[in-house]
Design a protein around this ligand. Structure first.
Ligand SMILES: Nc1ncnc2c1ncn2[C@@H]1O[C@H](COP(=O)(O)OP(=O)(O)OP(=O)(O)O)[C@@H](O)[C@H]1O
Ligand SMILES: [Mg+2]
Length: 332
């Protein structure tokens, strides 16, 4: 599904790295671009560095967790890493918003939903309090909270999980961002509410031309929403491809393994496949290919310590694997 007006670049990220507060790298030289109105999915198992990547785009990694160590983040050509605090605050929660897996933790329990939406609008847009309230009512309705007047006066603990998620999306959308970073936006929800939130995101993209960075480990969600996909493993992007290419001809053995884990109706009875082993934690990344210890296709040569750069497997598809890129390791 190509988003409306998805041709011009909105965000360009080059060599973005995040170190944990211990100094250990957790996100390693991540590069990608996101076009206006596009949905780009960032996919990988738990602990690969997806959330830290999302937070670092807003330069919002909590100092007790770590910090953005290097790289460039350009929004419409404007270098965010060079902005002062005040201008950065206007971008963060303004032109770029983020929603989180746990809406109850993202909403402030001490303030009504209405005051949180209104205050966010007042902090970012030059409107009167009456206009901000009017706008808040419209947004609550937009995200599917029927009877928005009532929701204005409620606190997060008075809402169901699905209503909380919608309220958080309302806060995130209240400043009409161009880019929404959605970190596991449906994981905590039951399937019916998941579907409603998905439909809401699809509608917001269509109606408002919103660009979306969808962070998830759920490939079904990706298939439903994304135009392009980044596969992340141990702090690195290991494959980057269009949705169709990724599902029809996955190049990286890790991508293939992830796809094989999707439950299928025609599969033999039993538990769905899993990838043996675990994602190595930061500080324990092996030299050479970081996936090789779990890789069904690994062979002598994959452990060579040279830094493995992304290679163009075909136009528009990058893959960080010597074998998948067709290199002969036997002659090395
Ligand atoms: N506050 C922290 N202190 C120490 N390590 C951390 C902290 N936050 C994240 N990490 C580590 O950094 C790595 C990347 O974490 P991140 O939260 O970005 O992973 P993720 O891909 O979002 O995983 P999940 O799918 O579970 O949300 C993990 O190994 C994690 O343990
Ligand atoms: Mg995460």
């Amino acid at each position: 599904m190509a988003g409306a007006g998805s041709t011009s670049e909105l965000l360009r990220v080059d060599d973005l790295s995040v170190n944990l507060s211990s100094g250990v790298p957790a996100v390693d030289s991540v590069s990608f671009e996101l076009r206006r109105g596009e949905c780009l999915a960032l996919v990988g198992e738990s602990g690969c560095g997806k959330t830290l990547t999302g937070l670092s785009l807003l330069l919002a990694v909590p100092p007790e967790t770590g910090s953005t160590a290097a790289g460039s983040i350009r929004l419409d050509g404007c270098e965010l890493t060079a902005l002062g605090r005040k201008r950065l605050r206007s971008v963060r929660g303004g032109r770029i918003s983020m929603i989180f897996q746990d809406p109850a933790a993202a909403l402030n329990p001490l303030f009504t939903i209405g005051s949180q939406v209104v205050e966010t609008i007042l902090a970012h847009l030059e409107v009167s309090k009456a206009e901000a309230r009017q706008r808040a009512l419209g947004i609550l309705e937009d995200v599917g909270l029927k009877n928005p007047q009532r929701f204005l006066g409620l606190y997060s603990h008075q809402l169901s999980g699905g209503q909380c998620q919608r309220a958080m999306i309302a806060v995130a959308l209240s400043t009409e961002p161009e880019l929404l970073i959605a970190d596991e936006p449906t994981t905590a929800l039951d399937v019916t509410v998941q579907r409603q939130i998905l439909d809401l995101l699809v509608r917001l993209r269509r109606e408002k031309g919103l660009a979306l960075l969808l962070i998830t480990h759920n490939l079904a969600l990706v298939a439903h929403l994304a135009d392009r996909v980044l596969i992340m493993y141990a702090g690195q992007i290991v494959e980057s491809a269009s949705l169709e290419e990724l599902f029809e001809a996955p190049r990286h053995p890790y991508t293939r393994a992830l796809l094989e884990c999707i439950p299928r109706l025609d599969a033999r009875p039993g538990l769905p496949a899993t990838i043996p082993g675990n994602v190595p934690v930061p500080g324990r990344w092996p030299a050479g290919c970081r996936f090789r210890e779990r890789c069904a296709a690994a062979r002598p040569g994959c452990e060579r310590p040279q830094r493995l750069q992304p290679l163009e497997a075909r136009p528009g598809t990058l893959v960080r694997c010597w074998l998948a890129a067709g290199m002969n390791l036997d002659n090395e």
